[in-house]
Design a protein around this ligand. Structure first.
Ligand code: TRP
Length: 363
């Protein structure tokens, strides 16, 4: 069936399947808010660089909220996923440490949230073998995110890129997560995770199901555009890094492109660049971008940029202060990862034991 397209007020195209997923996600969120302690959340990021404002508003803020509500929260730093679409692990150790710094500066508490890396949890990775037996090659090839990532990479499709959604199922299921906050790109991966959980239980664990069928939670935050109005991406140099200095941030915002119309208006379709600046300012000040536009009006792009610089730097100042404080003791950041990995190993060993048991592979 064709996926009908809708256009939102902000000019984004959304599909009927997204609308359905969002509805489902709202139901899940309502259940979670009613009884947070009953939920286990897992989500994560690839350590490909520094975290930026898009990560903060799109996911990190919500993770902190869930953690503080009493949801069992887990974050995977998906280091094996880095090599799905590139042939280097350059800077990976540094990226992992910096991610932990940003998570913690944003309010993730390692005593409450388990943070771990793929590569340090062998029993989690071992789930990949039984899980791969539960999906067909055709199902793997049908994943739209894998297809577009392969095209963007300019590489031939590797075995890991083709199967990484199954690896993501290992991330989610080893700790029996029942909620997975993600962006819409990752919806197909949650879908295959549900399929794997269902098939595993049907095939091997009918009487005593091992895995829950996890539900996706889609972020409510509007997708934050890069400073130039394009998608926020490291390769475009259009993102505001959480850990950048105030000066670096000011420089980046100053050089962002605008248009030749002096009067500032919020019009994402016809004026994507000016509107990206307004959206950014709106998010960090919790104001309506159109109201900011009206306030700046004929003062023009220079005044708008000054406003964005001031509001972004004010918003990020406490984060940056906490980050700098934490960064004084990198050994303790390493300890956080070691401890998270240790806990993840214990959880993964336990789940793998249940899997072996269900499969009769106990000798
Ligand atoms: N694929 C996710 C991304 O690139 C990162 C990720 C890895 C993840 N494992 C996960 C997200 C498990 C949610 C659940 O953004």
């Amino acid at each position: 069936m064709a996926d009908t397209q809708h256009i939102t007020a902000a000019g984004n195209e959304i599909s009927a399947s997204f609308v359905a997923a969002k509805k489902q996600s709202d139901i899940t969120e309502a259940k979670l808010n009613a009884d947070p302690g009953k939920f286990t959340m897992l989500t994560g990021d690839r350590p490909t660089g520094r975290l930026h404002l898009g990560h903060y508003f799109g996911s990190i803020r919500e993770r902190v909220n869930m953690q503080n509500k009493g949801v069992h929260t887990n974050i995977v730093i998906a280091d094996y996923q880095v090599i799905t679409d590139r042939d280097t692990t350059e800077h990976i150790g540094d990226n992992v440490l910096n991610m932990v710094l940003d998570y913690m500066a944003a309010g993730i508490d390692p005593a409450k949230t388990m943070m771990f890396t793929h590569s340090a949890v062998p029993a989690e990775n071992q789930l990949m073998l039984p899980f791969l037996s539960l999906v067909t090659e055709a199902e793997l090839h049908r994943n739209p995110t894998v297809k577009s990532e392969m095209e963007a990479s300019g590489h031939a499709l590797t075995g890991l890129l083709l199967t990484y959604p199954v690896h993501q199922a290992c991330d989610i299921l080893f700790c029996k997560a029942n909620v997975v906050p993600i962006g819409k790109d990752n919806l197909p991966h949650v879908e295959i995770t549900r399929t794997i959980a269902r098939r595993f239980n049907e095939r091997y664990a009918k009487k005593n199901p091992v895995f829950p069928e996890p539900a996706a939670i889609l972020s409510d935050a509007p997708e934050i555009p890069g400073l130039d109005g394009r998608k926020m991406s490291k390769s475009y140099g259009n993102s505001i890094m959480l850990g950048a200095t105030a000066e670096e941030t000011a420089k980046l915002i100053k050089k962002s492109p605008t248009d030749s119309e002096r009067r500032i208006t919020f019009d994402p379709i016809n004026r994507p660049q000016v509107s990206a600046l307004l959206t950014t300012a709106g998010l960090v000040t919790d104001r309506d971008p159109a109201e900011i536009a009206a306030e700046i009006g004929d003062a023009g792009a220079g005044a708008l940029k000054q406003y964005v610089i001031k509001s972004v730097n004010e918003f990020l100042a406490p984060h940056r202060e906490r980050r700098a404080e934490l960064a004084k003791d990198m050994d303790s950041i390493r300890d956080v990862i070691h401890d998270g990995n240790k806990r993840a190993n214990a959880v993964a060993e336990q789940t793998l034991a249940e899997v072996r048991d269900a499969m009769g592979m106990k000798y």
